[in-house]
Ligand binder design. Structure first.
Ligand SMILES: *[C@@H]1O[C@H](CO)[C@@H](O)[C@H](O)[C@H]1NC(C)=O
Length: 247
């Protein structure tokens, strides 16, 4: 191959890789969608491309939410509950809120306001790429679990997480503190004489890994104190699924 062709070839090969490298697992954690929808439609829309309507319990999003829109909070059986099942704790309702006849919540004036679920509003979706699954599974069961999370429309799919960038490994380690197991499976796997990320088979691995691993240590996990280590694939651990982009 002459040098010009080789250069073009490399560019074609590298372009998708650079795109992937520039995406960041932590992200903002949410996206604002300006379209006007009812609460239920908004939640459906968020579930198609994101992780449902945004829930803001315990997170420090509030200061950053400048727009007004639905969030993932409604009144179910008489009590206000986040759609992830958590009860409402100490978030502030706006003055004279909530109203008796209004069962869905929006973010407005830097606080919570109730509204009729059937009114049309802009909305906030949770945009979490890294999802900790608190079930204890072997590496292969975990992979299957992530892949089964695929949305019916196939716009969105999941895989065990790829942790190539240093900041993604650090973020995963922070998130691993919430796990019930000391280690959490990632998509790192040794098969057919090489290490690879199951969700990004072509991505070069920069992490130093044993070239001839012990047969009992062929799967990669992140722990609460260390970034990546190789473990026995049959051990049961919590695991990280990674949400992949809608087109
Ligand atoms: C509240 O949200 C739940 C889903 O978390 C849903 O099943 C229920 O219908 C919603 N209630 C209202 C009043 O929209």
């Amino acid at each position: 191959m002459d040098s010009y062709l080789r250069r073009v070839f490399m560019l074609v090969l590298l372009t998708p890789l650079m795109h992937l490298v520039s995406s960041d697992l932590r992200g903002l954690g949410y996206v604002f969608i300006p379209d006007a929808e009812t609460w239920e439609e908004a939640n459906q829309c968020c579930r198609t491309c994101y992780s449902g309507l945004l829930t803001i319990n315990g997170a420090d999003y509030e200061a950053n939410l400048d727009d007004e829109g639905w969030i993932g909070l409604n009144r179910t059986d008489g009590s206000w509950t986040w759609i992830n099942g958590e009860p409402l704790d100490n978030l502030q309702w706006h003055k004279d809120e909530p109203k008796d006849e209004e069962d869905c919540a929006m973010w407005k004036y830097g606080s919570l306001k109730s509204e009729q679920c059937s009114s049309s509003k802009s909305f906030y979706c949770a945009d979490q790429k890294l999802v900790l699954i608190s079930e204890e599974k072997t590496w292969e069961e975990a992979l299957q679990h992530c892949r089964d999370l695929r949305s019916p429309s196939h716009d969105m799919w999941y895989d065990l997480v790829t942790l190539e960038m240093h900041k993604d490994k650090t973020f995963a380690m922070e998130e691993a503190q919430k796990a019930a197991t000391d280690e959490v499976w990632t998509g790192l796997r040794y098969l057919s004489s090489r290490w690879f990320w199951v969700g990004d088979g072509d991505k070069a691995i920069r992490h130093a890994l044993p070239a001839c691993p012990d047969q009992n240590n062929l799967c990669g996990a992140v722990s609460k104190t260390r970034r990546l280590q190789t473990r026995n694939c049959m051990e049961r651990k919590n695991f990280f699924c990674q949400r992949r982009e809608c087109d």
